[in-house]
Design a protein around this ligand. Structure first.
Ligand SMILES: *[C@@H]1O[C@H](CO)[C@@H](O)[C@H](O)[C@H]1NC(C)=O
Ligand SMILES: *[C@@H]1O[C@H](CO)[C@@H](O)[C@H](O)[C@H]1NC(C)=O
Ligand SMILES: *[C@@H]1O[C@H](CO)[C@@H](O)[C@H](O)[C@H]1NC(C)=O
Ligand SMILES: *[C@@H]1O[C@H](CO)[C@@H](O)[C@H](O)[C@H]1NC(C)=O
Ligand SMILES: CC(=O)N[C@H]1CO[C@H](CO)[C@@H](O)[C@@H]1O
Ligand SMILES: [Zn+2]
Length: 459
């Protein structure tokens, strides 16, 4: 603990020193940054499927095996977190379906361009623009919001192929004689989320096919960046918004079994339901909280702090959270997908991964986990842009960078060395004691046993 505090203190001092450095010298512009999201890329797909191109990419860079994302583990909240560093309650995009009790507006993925939904936070493509950089977006959730767009953008259209999105991004990053290249670009692709929902993550045949296509697209990305002479000159982060859990017709929660649907309005249904009670909220909550063993009901004020999903007017009075793999249904409807996400963000099935490569990253380095809110301060650091207020830190993400000596590595080395010194000291002491205490048979016996136990550790 003490060591950790000391390391933290030293890191802080170093950051301070670095801060004063930059104000004194005029540094060359940083390498441009490309952030790519393959929607719904569950972390363990990397272990289950070959992915040769992705492996080639991170063998020349870094890998974060699991990214702890934010609740709720849905597409819109998590994509906005990646570019703002904020929990959903703070950036205001709480789900893919929302109701705002003040403006009485409804939000859905097909009705998302009204800026009032997004204005609680500023995505990095806007902040970077304000810092004088050119920016570009292709289909990222929230990227075609009125008055909040990047320098260049493609409006959302699922029919535009990956190759076309990539072609546009590359062109914008390259620039030409008249136009300076963009400094920060984001690229979004709908797979493997789409296949994960239809077939379920456990369908190895179907997911193998979808992930082969994703990996081919990563190969295309590497080729295209090489062709454009950007590979090796720009930083690239490849990540995702959330994972995917297997659903089943055998894991259904029917709200109608507990309460007549006339008693409440549903804003969002599964796997996390946002409920507005029509009448007596206490009575309706009481019925819903006893409804099913695999569903937890919360009154807004009782939503656990660890979810960071409470302090926002767009969170409704009652929240229902289904257990992993369970589906909440209403009005006699049936299950339509074999895979879903949105569940508790402490579940590893909900976590995506992160891979990165480029001049600023270490080579052949991996860490087991990182918070997704930490990616935003990392990207600001890479671009030398002052971050907006956010919920992330650079403490752990710093370890991924080539120019950094990592506090955590030093801590681990320190602990290992410390433990070895302690072990050797104890063994030497026991040996000494054993010699001195020969006359007492009982102590001798006990020490014999201890000595045997120690020997494997010595070897
Ligand atoms: C966009 O910005 C313009 C100019 O500032 C403003 O007049 C307009 O109302 C804005 N549109 C929306 C939808 O906020
Ligand atoms: C950019 O995207 C459009 C579709 O929106 C496509 O028609 C065009 O070919 C793309 N440009 C490049 C250079 O790939
Ligand atoms: C897996 O998906 C394939 C389609 O790729 C389908 O034919 C097959 O029935 C699915 N298997 C299971 C167990 O659902
Ligand atoms: C997250 O960051 C925002 C902006 O700084 C802040 O208002 C909020 O309190 C933070 N949340 C937590 C849980 O620290
Ligand atoms: C608890 C509660 O308010 N239940 C009501 C739900 O709606 C049905 C039908 O409108 C009423 O009969 C219940 O009293
Ligand atoms: Zn998604």
């Amino acid at each position: 603990m003490l060591l950790k505090i000391l390391v933290g203190f030293l890191t802080g001092l170093r950051a301070l020193a670095a801060g004063t450095d930059t104000t004194q010298q005029r540094l060359p512009p940083p390498p441009p940054l490309l952030l790519v999201s393959f929607d719904g890329f569950r972390a363990d797909y990397l272990l289950r499927f070959p992915m040769p191109n992705l492996k080639l990419l991170y063998s020349q860079g870094v890998l974060v095996e699991q990214l702890k994302n934010v609740f709720i583990t849905k597409t819109f909240p998590n994509h906005y977190t990646l570019v703002t560093g904020l929990y959903a309650e703070s950036h205001g995009i709480l789900s893919s379906h929302m109701y705002d009790p003040v403006s009485h507006k409804l939000f859905s993925p097909m009705k998302d361009t009204d800026p009032t939904w997004w204005s609680k936070a500023e995505p990095l493509w806007l902040t970077a623009r304000k810092s004088g950089y050119k920016t570009a977006t292709t289909m990222w959730p929230g990227s075609d919001v009125i008055n909040r767009t990047a320098t260049h953008f493609l409006p959302y259209n699922p029919d535009v192929t990956f190759r076309e999105r990539l072609g546009n991004v590359t062109k914008w990053m390259q620039g030409d004689g008249n136009e300076q290249g963009v400094m920060f670009a984001v690229l979004y692709w709908e797979e493997p989320d789409r296949s994960g929902h239809i077939f379920g993550p456990e369908n190895t045949t179907a997911m193998g096919k979808a992930l082969k296509e994703v990996d081919d697209n990563i190969g295309l990305l590497m080729l295209e960046l090489k062709r454009a002479n950007l590979w090796g000159r720009i930083n690239i982060i490849v990540t995702s918004d959330h994972g995917m859990a297997q659903c089943s017709t055998e894991r259904i929660i029917r709200l109608d079994d507990c309460l007549h649907p006339d008693n409440y309005t549903v804003v969002d249904l599964s796997p996390v339901a946002a409920i507005i009670p029509r009448k007596d909220p206490k009575a309706i909550y009481a019925l819903l909280s006893k409804c099913h063993a695999h569903m937890t009901a919360y009154l807004k004020k009782d939503i656990p702090d660890r979810l960071h999903y409470k302090n926002n007017k767009r969170i409704q009075q009652i929240l229902l959270i289904a257990d992993e793999g369970w589906t909440i249904l209403q009005r006699g409807s049936t299950i339509t997908k074999l895979g879903d996400h949105g569940y508790d963000n402490s579940l590893s099935s909900m976590h995506p991964f992160l891979a990165a490569t480029g001049p600023s990253f270490r080579q052949g380095y991996r860490i087991s986990s990182l918070q997704s809110v930490d990616i935003y301060p990392l990207m600001c650091h890479l671009l030398s842009i002052p971050p907006q207020p956010n919920n992330g830190t650079l403490t752990q993400a710093r370890c991924l960078l080539a120019a950094e000596t990592c506090g955590d590595t030093m801590l681990v080395i320190g602990l290992v060395v410390g433990a070895q010194i302690a072990l050797i000291t104890i063994i030497v002491l026991f040996r000494l004691l054993r010699r001195r205490s020969m006359p007492t048979p009982r102590a001798f016996q006990r020490l014999e046993v201890d000595d045997d136990d120690d020997s494997p550790l010595m070897g």
